[in-house]
Design a protein around this ligand. Structure first.
Ligand SMILES: [Zn+2]
Length: 357
C-alpha cells in the first residue's frame, strides 16, 4: 500500500467513526467532536477540550499522518516476519503443544485484509484512547488537581515530561490507564458487533497483535521503567499492555458476550490466544530493533506486580484511581459503566497483600 493510500484509509475510517459519534452521542448533548489531521511525521495523537465540564462538550482529536503510516508499516513488517517463519521454532517450543496453536495470521482473510484489519484495529484503538480522555474529561481532572491550565493531552514528546513525578505523575499515569481501558472496551465491543464465530475468534488474536504493535511502537527501545513510583506522563507501554491483555480475555470470558459473538472459548483458551499473539509481537519488536539477546527479557510482558517495584507502583495507581473515580464519574459525557477502569477485589488483594506481608 502506498503512503497516500494509508492516509486515505485512515481518514475514511476515522471520519466515519467521528460522524457516527457526532450523530449518536455528541448531538444528543449539543456537543461537537472535530478531528484535525496533522501532516507531521510524528508518532503521536492528542486531544483537547475547548469547553468546561459544565458546558456542552467541544472536543477535538488531533491525529498525525506520521502515526498512521508508521502503524501500517510496522504491521506490514510484522506480517512479513511471521510469514518468514524466522522464529517459528521459538513459537513452536513456547506454544506448539496447545490445541489452539495454528496459524498466526488467519487464512480466513486474505493477506491484504488481515493487514488492513490489524491496522484499523490499532488506529481505532489510538483514536478511542483520545476520545476516552475527552469523555472522562481528563484535562479537567489533571488541571484541577495539579492546578495547571494546560488542557492539552498529548501522547508523545511532552515538553519536560520526564521531570514529572509524585502526585502529578500518579494522576497522569492513572488517567492514561483509564483511557486505555475505555478504548479497549470500545474496540472489543465493536469486534463482537462486526464478527461472529470463527471470524470473531480470529479477530481476538488480531486485535491483541494490533494493540501490541501500537504499544511497542510507543515503547520504542527505552529500558522498561521498573520504578516503584510513577514518573513522567505515561506508564511504560509494556505495563499498559500487561493490563490490557487481561481486559480482553475477561471481556470475552463473559457468557453473554460469547453467546452474542457465537464463540465458545474457555478462559485458558482466551488467555492463550492473547498471550500467543502479543508474545509474537514482543519478539518481532526485539528483532526489529536489533537488540542483543540479554535485552530480550526487558521486552517481554509479564505481570506488572511480579516486577521489582511493580506492586508499589500499582498500589499508587489504584489509590489514585479511588481518589479521582467519583469526579470522573460525575463529569463523564457518555454513560457506559463498563467503559470505566476498575480493579477487581481479587487484583486489589494481590497488589496490597504482599506489600503488607
Ligand atoms: Zn493518553
Amino acid at each position: 500500500m502506498k503512503d497516500i493510500e494509508i492516509y486515505d484509509l485512515a481518514t475514511d475510517v476515522i471520519s466515519s467513526i467521528a460522524a457516527d459519534l457526532n450523530e449518536n452521542l455528541y448531538s444528543k448533548i449539543n456537543g461537537t467532536l472535530s478531528v484535525c489531521w496533522l501532516r507531521d511525521d510524528k508518532f503521536n495523537a492528542s486531544a483537547q477540550s475547548r469547553s468546561s465540564v459544565d458546558e456542552p462538550p467541544c472536543h477535538i482529536v488531533n491525529m498525525y499522518f506520521g502515526l498512521t503510516r508508521q502503524l501500517y508499516r510496522d504491521i506490514e513488517e510484522y506480517c512479513a516476519y511471521i510469514e518468514s517463519e524466522r522464529d517459528k521454532p521459538i513459537f513452536d517450543t513456547l506454544f506448539g503443544s496447545h490445541h489452539k496453536y495454528k496459524e498466526l495470521i488467519p487464512s480466513s482473510f486474505s493477506k491484504a485484509e488481515s493487514k488492513e484489519n490489524m491496522f484499523i484495529s490499532a488506529l481505532t484503538w489510538v483514536f478511542f484512547h483520545e476520545i476516552a480522555h475527552l469523555n472522562q474529561e481528563h484535562g479537567h481532572i489533571r488541571s484541577q488537581i495539579l492546578q495547571s491550565d494546560n488542557h492539552l493531552i498529548d501522547e508523545c514528546n511532552v515538553h519536560k515530561s520526564e521531570n514529572l513525578e509524585g502526585k502529578a505523575a500518579a494522576i497522569y499515569h492513572t488517567t492514561e490507564m483509564a483511557a486505555d481501558f475505555e478504548a479497549v472496551y470500545i474496540c472489543i465491543k465493536e469486534l463482537v458487533r462486526h464478527f461472529k464465530g470463527m471470524d470473531l475468534e480470529n479477530s481476538i488474536g488480531s486485535f491483541a497483535c494490533a494493540l501490541s504493535c501500537a504499544l511497542y511502537k510507543f515503547h520504542g527501545i527505552k529500558p522498561l521503567n521498573t520504578d516503584s513510583a510513577p514518573k513522567g506522563t505515561h506508564p511504560s507501554a509494556i505495563v499498559r499492555l500487561e493490563h490490557l491483555l487481561p481486559h480482553i480475555w475477561e471481556f470475552f470470558d463473559v457468557a453473554a458476550v460469547q453467546s452474542l459473538g457465537e464463540i465458545k472459548l474457555s478462559r485458558s483458551e482466551l488467555v492463550y490466544i492473547c498471550e500467543l499473539h502479543s508474545v509474537t509481537v514482543s519478539l518481532f519488536w526485539f528483532r526489529k530493533q536489533l537488540l542483543t539477546e540479554e535485552k530480550f527479557s526487558e521486552f517481554l510482558h509479564t505481570r506488572t506486580i511480579d516486577r521489582t517495584g511493580g506492586r508499589e507502583y500499582m498500589q499508587t495507581i489504584i489509590n489514585t484511581w479511588d481518589e479521582i473515580e467519583s469526579e470522573i464519574n460525575k463529569n463523564k459525557r457518555f454513560d457506559d459503566p463498563f467503559a470505566l477502569l476498575r480493579f477487581t477485589e481479587q487484583y486489589r488483594k494481590l497488589v496490597f497483600e504482599t506489600i503488607n506481608s
